[in-house]
Design a protein around this ligand. Structure first.
Ligand code: NAP
Length: 253
């Protein structure tokens, strides 16, 4: 059963961001194709039983390896083991990817301004999208908004700058907007729904949400997703259904 659904892959590298945040890469089998924004199902064998969890891909669809971004869930059966991962350890990878948080789902309005709003490890699918050349080709403005509790949790900042430098040559209008909610000295430190309601997010971006042009994706804390969705609806934006509409979301747990 396991060998029909999963392949066994090898851990290639591990990067620790904080005590409870880390990233890892693993080998990518040739058959494993995915779109930016999708997730994989990864398994670890514990006492002869396979425990499986969903993980968004950080890597681009064109990378040779697969990268993932993880939090250690206190007492979590999976991540409390995963955090002790070492190079050369084996992980199971389900053969097919999943998920609909992809830019292809937006048919109407046509691509113009793209807002990617993440909390915590919800950043992962957006990193994949930003490493896909089509994203830069299709949009005129891209706003990446990344909310974390403390500055130490702002993972991938250097990579975001590198991605912009290498992909965004002809797209000058890229804005990386960090939000640090437990640091009152941070330029933006309120939660995303509040920043939308009080207009601060659009002010700092220098751009307003627009029913006719805006695509907006939310990923991360489920309560953030719900509350932010409501704040955006109050601004006149609508959920994307069957390709039409502004807002697409993914809960992370
Ligand atoms: P988090 O609590 O999700 O916080 C990350 C950011 O989201 C912070 O800026 C936080 O602001 C903000 N936020 C939280 N609730 C919000 C809301 N309702 N509206 C708007 N913004 C909101 O922190 P995390 O470290 O990413 O995750 C925390 C816990 O979630 C973990 O310890 C773990 O137990 C669980 N988790 C589980 C999984 C899983 O797969 N099971 C995955 C990820 C996380 P504030 O500082 O104001 O709270």
């Amino acid at each position: 059963m396991t060998s029909e659904k999963f392949t066994v892959e090898k851990v290639l590298s591990i990067q620790r961001w904080t005590d409870n945040l880390f990233s890892f890469t693993m080998t990518r089998p040739a058959h494993f194709k995915f779109s930016a924004g999708q997730f994989a199902r990864i398994g670890i064998m514990v006492d002869g039983e396979l425990i499986v969890r969903a993980y968004s891909l950080v890597s681009s669809p064109y990378d040779e390896v697969l990268e993932f971004f993880s939090i250690v869930v206190p007492d979590g059966a999976f991540t409390s083991r995963l955090q002790h991962l070492k190079v050369d350890d084996e992980l199971y990878l389900e053969k097919i990817p999943y998920g609909f948080l992809t830019l292809a789902r937006f048919q109407q309005p046509a691509p113009q301004d793209l807002w990617l709003l993440a909390t915590g490890t919800g950043l992962a699918p957006f990193l994949s999208m930003l490493q896909d050349f089509d994203t830069w080709k299709n949009y005129q403005q891209i706003f990446l908004v990344y909310s974390v509790r403390t500055a130490a949790e702002l993972a991938y900042v250097d990579k975001i700058q590198d991605i912009h430098a290498s992909f965004g040559e002809n797209t000058p209008d890229f804005h990386f907007i960090p939000v640090i909610t437990r640091d009152s000295n941070a330029i933006l430190h309120e939660r995303l729904p509040v920043l939308i309601q009080n207009g601060q997010l659009e002010k700092i971006a220098g751009h307003a949400f627009n029913l006719e042009t805006t695509h907006i994706m939310l990923c991360g804390n489920p309560q953030m997703v719900d509350d932010t969705k409501e704040a955006l609806k109050q601004r006149g934006l609508v959920m994307n259904r069957r390709g039409v509409g502004n807002i697409a979301v993914e809960n992370y747990w």
